[in-house]
Design a protein. Structure first.
Length: 58
């Protein structure tokens, strides 16, 4: 059960980062370094969720 809660938490953070990426990308003077950092964080969360899901399935 704790794994499911962690996956949900990571999913929420992933969604928040997705919105932040969209907001940053649509700004007239977007910061490419910040955008890159946000995308990297989002990818890390996705990878962690995948690891947890695969561990839960086994």
């Amino acid at each position: 059960m704790a794994v499911d809660a962690r996956i949900r938490e990571l999913g929420n953070r992933h969604s928040n980062l997705d919105r932040a990426i969209h907001d940053e990308a649509t700004r007239p003077s977007s910061d490419s370094i910040r955008l890159k950092d946000l995308k990297r964080q989002k990818l890390r969360l996705k990878e962690e969720m995948e690891v947890l899901r695969s561990a839960r399935a086994n």
